[in-house]
Design a protein around this ligand. Structure first.
Ligand SMILES: N[C@@H](CCC[C@H](N)C(=O)O)C(=O)O
Length: 276
């Protein structure tokens, strides 16, 4: 099967984006892993598949697959690239787009300066909604990974654990990331964020992503870390999140409100690939 693709990134979190409107795309997990492979395929953290809307109240549907071939519910940097992609391909001229994802409708908007703001919907904290095994909802939990670690647990449509660290550069991302990702108390696994407080309006963040490993940036991870910091009383309502790939602005007005994420989306190149 030969497929046209576009390589994109949001702050270095990179994507192979497939137009499922203009071409038929049906890929097995092994074929998705091949596409994502940095040596044998194109190489990316996630694959995004843009499809026609499946219902009348949305403009498109988009699906997200991690580098390990697993389909997931949400992707913040991907949502910004999705908007850039449908505009560049002439699939829509709307600046504000309603898009169906596996975890509900999100509403990204292309700004005049080329940045994209995404209404990511409200965060969810009930353990069953994350999902996370706990007796009751709490601001932080203690998880045993051979030693006790304190973390926030929440859903941005996908599951996130957020730990506070005094220095992201020396945080044990590669060691603790997989232990927490696969911990029995996260039955669908989890994305693991390591957040360093810079001041009340800025944090530094590294994220070990479920199904992809550490990425240069994670949009939903940035939303989750900002919300966790606000819930802990450490942050104001709007914060700058400094990732290894660049900066995002996150705004959240509190429980029941949507999280808004603003940042760039970049097209790198386009091509065709034969998939065995
Ligand atoms: N990079 C993404 C998140 C992609 C999905 C995640 N790895 C998961 O498994 O939930 C982002 O920018 O949010």
């Amino acid at each position: 099967m030969r497929l046209r693709f576009t390589k994109m990134h949001g702050l270095g979190n990179d994507f192979v984006v497939l137009d499922g409107v203009g071409q038929a795309v049906e890929l097995t997990p092994a074929q998705l892993r091949y596409l994502a492979d940095r040596h044998f395929g194109v190489g990316c953290d996630q694959i995004l598949l843009v499809e026609k809307a499946g219902r009348p109240d949305v403009d498109f549907r988009y699906r997200i697959f991690n580098a390990d071939g697993g389909e997931v519910q949400q992707c913040g940097n991907g949502a910004r690239c999705f908007v850039r992609f449908v505009h560049d391909k002439g699939l829509t001229s709307k600046r504000e787009i309603r898009v169906e994802t596996a975890s509900g409708v999100i509403v990204p908007r292309l700004e005049a300066d080329g940045q994209v703001t995404v209404d990511m919907g409200p965060p969810r904290f009930e353990p069953a909604d994350i999902p996370f095994v706990a007796d009751a909802r709490a601001v932080t939990y203690v998880l045993d990974i051979g030693q006790p670690v304190e973390l926030s647990a929440l859903s941005m449509g996908n599951p996130h654990a957020v730990l506070e660290t005094c220095n992201v550069d020396t945080a044990p991302v590669a060691e603790w990331g997989p232990l927490i990702e696969h911990h029995v108390r996260f039955p669908e696994r989890v994305n693991v964020g390591f957040m360093q407080l810079v001041h009340r309006r800025a944090i530094k963040l590294r994220v070990f992503e479920r199904g992809s490993g550490e990425t240069l940036a994670c949009g939903t991870g940035a939303c989750a870390a900002a919300v966790a910091g606000m819930q802990r009383g450490l942050l104001e309502r709007e914060v700058e999140v400094q990732t290894r790939g660049g900066r995002l602005t996150i705004r959240w007005d509190g429980e029941g409100h949507s999280v808004f994420m603003t940042g760039p989306a970049v097209t790198v190149f386009q091509g065709e690939i034969d998939i065995p």
